[in-house]
Design a protein around this ligand. Structure first.
Ligand code: NAD
Ligand code: USQ
Length: 395
């Protein structure tokens, strides 16, 4: 299959591109390097050094004999998107190419506007290009479990059967997300559903939980194929951060009492879930939603697990929660569709955490300690975060 991976230079996009390439698909990657620019803006880099996209692609060709075609440009630039679609002629698109940090989107008005314009306009350009150039293309779009928020009822996979005044319907599940970033994903979901119904496009919206881990079979083949590992309070995600904090001897930063429960998955399951979605495409006009996570954990459980496994133990600090989120809540989210299609998940294991301890040990001298403590307060509309200019979306 010809697969275009949007955001193919990122944490998940790069390992996915390698995974698909190794399985014989013809892969193109699109990226504007916005993620590398946020690093400059925030003064924190990936803990594991990452090669340039050009070098990554060269090394992959040397290691595997397979070609990955790069397209450097911005998804908010419609002309660029149309040009890439015409040149590469994808049969499927995997869309990771968005600003994905909730704290980044909550820094101030500019960062919120940037996030929503970047994500919503980028996805709209993709939908219009599909409709005008080849409506048969399958769009696999990365959404987020956080789109649902934490309702006091079970979370279904995308849709909810509702009985109202004696009539029944199956409607999009109500969304109550907790950040401007997560809202951008909700807006995307609505736009994709509309495009499928209106133009007969086909799409899988993957409501993914929080990903952990850094190594896949493909990235392990050469250090220059490594994907990024973020530890800072803006882009680092919770379990990766706790593992890094333990190795550094920094207290584990639990926000509030750590009662927030989230769906999680291993990076090796992310790439496999994408493959499963691609191998089982929806019908023309179909918009379907898979909840893409494997296990649920509270933040406190994760901190206690890491503290127990790190030799000598780690201190856990309970910090005032900088986010507006329920500290203790009901959480029961359905996630059976990917399993039904054959996902054999990696469960969170002590071995995996211990192997990440080793990765972190090798690179711990690269840490900027100032970037670890949370600095974005959800209750403020202006946070003094970031050092230099931010990337601009064209709209
Ligand atoms: P990432 O920031 O590492 O990668 C995203 C990539 O997209 C970056 O390389 C960035 O430069 C690129 N990009 C952003 N805007 C672009 C634009 N306008 N044009 C071209 N390229 C652009 O993020 P990630 O962690 O790999 O996440 C990928 C996707 O998966 C995101 O959509 C995210 O919301 C979703 N997701 C991630 C996680 C997680 O835990 N990392 C969990 C659930 C969902
Ligand atoms: N948290 C802490 N301490 C920390 C970091 C986070 O207690 O040091 C808590 C947060 O308060 C939150 C939870 O851990 O309750 C998760 O935070 P996170 O930063 O790991 O994840 P989140 O902001 O939800 O975003 C990440 C990705 C995003 C993706 C989302 C999936 O950055 O792209 O969409 O996970 S989900 O959470 O299912 O929406």
């Amino acid at each position: 299959m010809k697969v275009l991976v949007l955001g193919g230079d990122g944490y998940l996009g790069w390992p996915t591109a390698l995974y698909l390439s190794r399985r014989g698909h013809e892969v193109g990657v699109v990226d504007n390097f916005a993620r590398r620019q946020y690093d400059f803006e925030l003064g924190a880099e990936s803990l594991v050094p990452i090669a340039s996209l050009q070098e990554r692609i060269r090394v992959w060709q040397a290691v595997s004999g397979r070609v990955i075609t790069p397209f450097i440009g911005d998804l908010t630039d419609a002309e660029f998107v149309y040009r890439v679609f015409r040149e590469f002629e994808p049969e499927a698109i995997v869309h990771f190419g968005e600003q994905r940090s909730a704290p980044y989107s909550m820094i101030d008005r500019r960062h919120a506007v940037y996030t929503q314009v970047n994500n919503v306009v980028g996805t709209l350009n993709v939908l219009y290009a599909m409709a005008e150039i080849n409506p048969a293309v399958h769009l696999v779009k990365l959404g987020s479990m956080g789109e649902y928020g934490t309702p006091n009822i079970d979370i279904e996979e995308g849709f909810l059967e509702v009985t109202h005044n004696g009539r029944r319907d199956v409607l999009p599940y109500p969304k109550q997300p907790g950040s401007m970033y997560h809202l951008s994903k909700v807006h995307d979901s609505h736009n994709i559903l509309f495009a499928c119904r209106n133009w007969g496009l086909r799409s899988t919206d993957l409501n993914q939980g929080i990903v952990y881990g850094q190594v896949t079979e493909e990235t392990a083949q050469d250090p220059r194929l490594a994907t990024r590992l973020d530890y800072d309070a803006v882009f680092g995600t919770v379990l990766n951060r706790f593992i890094i904090q333990a190795v550094l001897g920094h207290p584990l930063t639990v926000y509030g009492q750590g009662g927030q429960t989230r769906g999680m998955l291993d990076i090796r399951d992310t790439v496999r879930c994408i493959e499963i979605a691609l191998e089982n495409p929806p019908a023309p006009g179909e918009y379907r939603v898979f909840n893409q996570f494997v296990e649920e954990f509270s933040v406190k459980q994760l901190a206690e697990l890491v503290a127990r496994l790190w030799p000598g133990g780690a201190r856990i600090d309970y910090l005032p929660n900088p986010r507006t989120e329920a500290d203790s809540h009901y959480y029961n989210a359905r996630h059976t569709k990917l399993m039904d299609l054959g996902l054999k998940p990696h469960l969170l294991s002590e071995t995996l955490i211990e192997s990440l301890f080793e990765v972190v040990e090798r690179h711990k001298d690269r840490v900027n300690w100032e970037a670890i403590r949370p600095t974005v307060d959800w209750r403020r509309t202006h946070n003094a975060v970031g050092q230099v200019g931010m990337p601009v979306s064209r709209g």
